[in-house]
Ligand binder design. Structure first.
Ligand SMILES: C[S@@+](CC[C@H](N)C(=O)[O-])C[C@H]1O[C@@H](n2cnc3c(N)ncnc32)[C@H](O)[C@@H]1O
Length: 297
């Protein structure tokens, strides 16, 4: 059965117009939610998200957080890691992890996204240990069980980046992690931060969007997710599933908020350097457009 996500904004403010929507109507809308396959927006995503500085910042923060952690874990275990990337998209980070010698399982519901990732992997002048699965992550366990070569081994590290906010039932991914993660393993969870939507619209003066609690990006190509999950909710899931957070970072903590690109903003390397520095500093990191949490059980 489909879980009904909390719309905390509506629940907190009974005076808001949208609170008058009948429960029946709300249930119907939520029933219509499906996971978002990126097949039709693969090119758009590649260009908009990874065609410029935004993508460079995202990758720089994730590389720093994940590679340091995975190198230590691999050293401790005395072997390459078995790593899973769900909703991998263009899979830049996991292809780099494979290049470092780890064994990767790369998954996405979108064949077009993984085609692009395969092209990048093929350009690397080294044999990579990557198994590709085009399917919803919900079907992955069946396929992994049928793959005799994996011997049912669990994963040392599971990456889930910018996936939660595109799922109909995001909380369910935690059960999947519980089943697929080795006892000593870690998850790397990166998700869109809804607080950043509010803060950016405050700065840009888009008060109409903030007053409209029923706001939905209606453009089919929009990369602003309609169902983001708040940090507090993710924290509650992690606690309920007995995870301890080992690291949190904010991604793009100032880059997207500057309407006027002046001074240091004109120097991409300096922007990345400052984003890296402030990504781990309170209170700035909590306003990142995305948050990255690494956690172990
Ligand atoms: C915003 S993209 C993120 C891609 C990549 N992880 C990144 O951070 O750049 C979200 C991806 O999740 C995929 N996706 C959506 N629902 C999925 C599901 N149920 N199982 C696997 N992948 C899914 C989409 O096709 C898309 O490629």
């Amino acid at each position: 059965m489909q879980t009904i996500p909390q719309d905390t904004k509506n629940a907190d403010n009974p005076l808001l117009e949208s609170a008058t929507i009948s429960t029946q109507q709300t249930l119907e809308q939520q029933d219509a939610r499906t996971d978002r396959n990126f097949d039709t927006i693969a090119d758009h995503f590649e260009k908009k998200v990874y065609g410029g500085l935004k993508g460079e910042i995202r990758l720089a923060v994730l590389r720093r957080d994940i590679f340091e952690y995975s190198a230590k874990m691999s050293e401790k275990l005395g072997r390459p890691l078995r790593i899973l990337d769900v909703g991998a998209g263009l899979a830049q980070i996991s292809i780099e992890l494979a290049t470092q010698g780890h064994s990767l399982v790369i998954n996405d519901i979108s064949a077009n996204m993984l085609e692009k990732a395969k092209v990048s992997a093929a350009q690397i002048d080294k044999a990579l240990d990557i198994t590709w699965y085009v399917c919803p992550y919900q079907d992955l366990e069946d396929k992994l069980n049928k793959d005799k070569s994996s011997n049912g081994a669990k994963f040392d590290l599971i990456l889930s980046h910018a996936l939660l906010e595109w799922l109909a039932e995001p909380a369910m991914v935690m059960n999947f992690f519980d089943r697929q993660l080795a006892n000593h393993g870690a998850i790397s969870l990166c998700f869109y931060n809804p607080a950043s939507f509010d803060y950016r619209n405050l700065i840009m003066g888009n008060f109409n969007l903030l007053d409209n609690t029923d706001y939905k990006a209606d453009n089919k190509k929009s990369l602003t997710p309609n169902h983001p999950v708040a940090k507090e909710e993710v924290d509650a899931w992690l606690a309920a599933h007995h995870y301890q957070t080992v690291l949190t970072s904010g991604l793009r903590v100032f880059h997207d908020y500057a309407p006027l690109k002046r001074g240091g903003h004109n120097h991409p390397d300096a922007v990345v350097r400052m984003e890296l520095r402030y990504s781990q500093l309170e209170p700035y990191k909590w306003l990142g457009r995305y948050l990255h949490v690494m956690a172990t059980r």
